[in-house]
Unconditional design. Structure first.
Length: 288
């Protein structure tokens, strides 16, 4: 009897867990649609912005703009790691942290001094636990990142790069390919480098108003901020996709566990009933 009661308690516990994971799966599915819409809306703008920069940049302009400065040797760099504030998303946060750690080790192995900027509680807690000094940390970025959030991250980095404090700035984020494919990726946002092939494919002889200098004054910082924004929205979408997948797997596993527990409970009850019948029959035979 004690065994049947224990199995019944486990069944109730697993049912409650399955209800929670199913609810979280539904919530993540709802958020996934909203976050993917933001990703698909941000990509065309980023592509066109890169094309504009590619069409404007020439060697003369490139030598005059700090954001286009290509250092011969990288002596100091910054890494911006984007993670989630919450877990229950499978290996999502772990993969991002591993990618940032590998990049950190690689750069330090090359003799580069690295500042680590971490966004998201999961990344912050990981590096705090390992006593890694962080240049900055933020937990106020939600799963609805805005252009202002991106600007607040990018502007201090742009200013530091223009002052010569950094020779390169990297962002480690989750690249959203689909709800089932969200691999970690590294994007160098500074110095600005136009996409390969953009400059060569563009005809010359443009008459620009305002001048290319004035356009680049506005577009270059905007391009860096937009790159950060795109990384934020892709990471937000990837987080919801990873959480939905993790919660669906947890719900399916709970269902399989319930099937096993119910079969075990039925066997235990059958054994108990058989034992009780045997005791009754034995007692009746003794009375005869």
């Amino acid at each position: 009897m004690a065994k049947a009661r224990e199995i019944r308690r486990r069944i109730r516990s697993v049912e409650n867990t399955r209800q929670i994971t199913r609810t979280m799966e539904m919530v993540a599915t709802s958020k996934l649609k909203r976050t993917t819409d933001r990703v698909y809306a941000a990509r065309p703008y980023a592509t066109k912005l890169a094309e504009v920069i590619g069409r404007l940049i020439d060697p003369d302009l490139q030598s005059r703009y700090q954001l286009l400065r290509q250092p011969e040797v990288v002596r100091r760099a910054a890494i911006v790691l984007l993670t989630a504030n919450r877990g229950l998303a499978g290996a999502f946060n772990g993969n991002l942290i591993r990618e940032a750690s590998n990049l950190l080790e690689r750069l330090r192995g090359e003799g580069v001094e690295v500042d680590l900027h971490v966004i998201g509680k999961k990344g912050i807690n990981f590096f705090r636990h390992r006593k890694v000094e962080l240049a900055s940390e933020r937990t106020d970025i939600t799963d609805r990142p805005s252009a202002d959030d991106a600007a607040s991250i990018a502007e201090p980095l742009i200013a530091a790069f223009e002052r010569g404090e950094y020779d390169a700035v990297y962002v480690v984020y989750a690249q959203f390919r689909s709800a089932l494919s969200t691999p970690p990726a590294v994007m160098r946002i500074l110095p600005v480098e136009p996409p390969e092939g953009e400059v060569a494919a563009v005809p010359t002889g443009y008459i620009l108003s305002p001048s290319a200098d004035e356009i680049l004054d506005r577009v270059l910082p905007l391009y860096v901020k937009n790159s950060v924004y795109r990384a934020l929205v892709e990471t937000a979408a990837a987080e919801q996709g990873a959480r939905r997948t993790a919660m669906k797997n947890a719900t399916d596993n709970a269902g399989e566990m319930l099937d096993i527990l119910r079969r075990s409970y039925n066997r235990a009850r059958q054994a108990q009933i058989t034992q009780e019948i045997a005791e009754i029959v034995g007692g009746a035979a003794a009375l005869e």
